[in-house]
Design a protein around this ligand. Structure first.
Ligand code: MN
Length: 359
């Protein structure tokens, strides 16, 4: 298991590589080029410069989060083949800088959704939150405005401007598409790309839908154990795997997160784990919280133990953190709370290891 942190290169992060280097037990970062238009090939020279900057700071970069998928692929349009070809060229370039794991998602139009990016909590910290009624009352364009207005000026991954400009039309397109067609489009993408992931030795790791239920009539398909099984069976290659995000799947109270971690990690299909905690206020309302089990609804000990018991040897990162100690950073991606989360997870891992050794 390798503990990493998400980091945004080229001046897009308030957190520095030097700071990440000083978090005990963190060996690298999950990085991305945030400004490449969705569907374009990621240029090798920029990837090489990014890798050099990260390596020069004493950190590894073996994970990319994320290379987003062009809507034409998800829609199944004839133009998808060109975008798939570009995706494969990006994979080739990623392999040239030693990338081993690629996180991506297959969510239509809207990427992750929150109603608030900086909700004050009782202890004076700020967290991202989701209120279902508020989200339903917003139209998607309003949500984009809310997300941008609360992002402290940072471009939010998954909320790229070129995507937002055609959002309403895209939503109407998907509302008339059956979920089965959506699955077929996903399989078409996987069958085209996974052979190249094998060739370039890059594990593909799909991120679950966040939140894990449909919004605005859009299909959502990676949301529970049953449909994750279906997803993995679309293409049986071990290179077709998961980013197991505990907070995204955990938003649905019906999901048994430690059991899901155990099932798919034991099959070698989890390549990347996002570990965080959330606290429900009702069935579909929740706040993101500190990682500690007692702060939320998820049992982080059972989650880490599920990975440990199944000899998980992929990457783990603490997922979103709160804003604490006066920090001003990209929502969810400050330094302090994620550093606490990383070391809490590493502490659980060490304790489980030593207990098994009979110490
Ligand atoms: Mn996640």
């Amino acid at each position: 298991m390798k503990m990493i942190l998400r980091w945004f290169p080229e001046g897009n992060d308030s957190v520095t590589l030097e700071q990440i280097r000083q978090i005990p037990g963190v060996s690298g970062v999950a990085a991305c080029l945030i400004d490449i238009p969705v569907g374009d090939v990621w240029p090798l020279e920029r990837l090489q410069a990014m890798k050099k900057e990260i390596n020069d700071a004493g950190l590894e970069v073996e994970v990319i989060e994320s290379v987003n998928i062009h809507e034409d692929i998800k829609k199944g349009l004839p133009t998808r083949d060109q975008y798939i070809e570009n995706y494969i060229k990006t994979l080739e370039n990623l392999s040239k800088i030693g990338i081993k794991c690629l996180c991506y998602n297959f969510m239509p139009v809207l990427d992750w959704a929150r109603s608030e990016l900086a909700l004050p909590l009782e202890d004076g910290s700020y967290a991202m939150a989701y209120r279902h009624e508020t989200v339903l009352k917003m139209n998607p364009n309003n949500m984009a405005d809310v997300m941008q207005s609360q992002s402290l000026g940072y471009a939010l991954p998954g909320w790229e401007p070129e995507r937002l400009s055609v959002m309403q039309k895209d939503i109407e397109f998907y509302q008339s598409m059956s979920t089965e067609t959506y699955w077929e489009n996903m399989k078409y993408f996987l069958d085209a790309v996974i052979p190249y992931a094998e060739k370039y030795d890059i594990k593909m790791a799909i991120h679950p839908d966040d939140p894990p239920w449909p919004l605005y009539g859009l299909p959502k398909v990676i949301s529970n154990a049953e449909n994750i099984r279906k997803f993995l069976s679309l293409n049986d290659s071990p290179y077709n795997g998961l980013t197991l995000c505990t907070g995204s799947l955990g938003a649905d109270l019906n999901n048994d997160i430690p059991a899901i971690c155990r099932e798919f990690s034991s099959q070698g299909r989890v390549h990347f784990a996002h570990i965080r905690n959330i606290k429900h206020l009702s069935e579909k309302d929740f706040n993101e919280t500190a990682h500690l089990s007692e702060c939320g609804d998820l049992d982080l000990f059972e989650i880490v133990k599920a990975f440990h018991d199944t000899d998980f040897n992929g990457y783990i990162r603490p997922d979103h953190g709160r804003m604490i100690w006066g920090e001003k950073a990209r929502p969810g991606y400050g330094l302090y709370d994620r550093a606490l989360g990383a070391n809490y997870i590493l502490g659980l891992w060490e304790a489980i290891t030593k207990m098994k050794e009979g110490k």
